[in-house]
Design a protein around this ligand. Structure first.
Ligand code: FPP
Length: 252
């Protein structure tokens, strides 16, 4: 399989086509820049989030096409509750709107929905819409579309530590058996491998409390493009950059 990148800013070369080999298994994305996209156009911030939803649809399709197995999208962080109430309410309605429009196409594309984060603390309408989609797509065995929603990595790590401490106290775990693999099993991400590639849009170069444990050996790719401007081509550009990297995991 060879995926041609339709356009690149530089002159296309022979190497500027994606190879079907060495496709990242798990791509995680920090979707940043919705607010700025709207403000640049004199629109309210929520218009940027709305536009961001159609980008999600495009990138899910591109991920399916490129044979990525897991796509994790940072949709709402534990810190995003600090935003004005109206914006929080708007963002938390988006999963329902997205699923209302796109669930048939997700089914057609054999996509399975999952989430990571503190699900129980979400409004009931968000929980219901997402739970319905999780149930509906549970037998699909294509791309796992993993929404990080009400997710914060420090919260996740602390939760894991508390669970482990309880298991030790109740003598359900032996301290000598605790290793990285067992620790990972206590994280929200216990059913998926660590991300191979992290993409952050919107020009900021930080992690914003996202998958701190899981990103230990992940390749990072940053772009100035704001999330609503992010296209399939930009996604392929990131995959291509990944394919041209050498991962050494601390070795030589
Ligand atoms: C960060 O941009 C974006 C968010 C906090 C919300 C992300 C949500 C979406 C992209 C839509 C969700 C889609 C689905 C399918 C549920 P920002 O608002 O921080 O942008 P700024 O840095 O320009 O202010």
């Amino acid at each position: 399989m060879s995926i041609k990148i339709p356009f690149l800013s530089k002159q296309p070369k022979e190497t500027d086509s994606l190879s079907g080999e060495n496709v990242p298994n798990h791509v995680a994305i920090i979707m940043d820049g919705n607010g700025r996209w709207a403000q640049k156009r004199g629109l309210p911030r929520f218009a940027g989030h709305k536009e961001g939803v159609s980008t999600v649809n495009k990138i899910v399709k591109a991920a399916v096409k490129s044979n990525v197995k897991v796509l994790t999208l940072y949709t709402f962080s534990t810190e995003n509750w600090k935003r004005p109430k109206q914006e929080v309410e708007y963002i938390l309605k988006l999963p329902k709107e997205f699923l209302h429009v796109y669930l048939p196409s997700l089914m057609e594309n054999n996509v399975r929905i999952q989430t990571i984060g503190d699900f129980q603390a979400l409004p009931s309408h968000t929980q219901e819409a997402v739970s319905y989609a999780i149930e509906k797509t549970k037998n699909n065995d294509g791309l796992i579309l993993n929404f990080a929603i009400n997710y914060g990595s420090r919260h996740e790590i602390l939760k894991a530590v508390k669970q482990i401490a309880t298991e030790l106290k109740e003598e359900r775990m032996d301290i000598d058996s605790l290793d990285e693999e067992i620790f990972s099993k206590h994280l929200y991400t216990n059913s998926v491998s660590d991300p191979d590639l992290l993409i952050r849009t919107g020009g900021e170069c930080r992690l914003s409390n996202f998958m701190l444990w899981q990103l230990a050996y992940t390749e990072f790719w940053f772009t100035e493009k704001l999330w609503p401007e992010f296209t399939e081509e930009t996604f392929y550009e990131a995959l291509l950059a990944y394919q041209q990297r050498k991962r050494r995991y601390g070795g030589i």
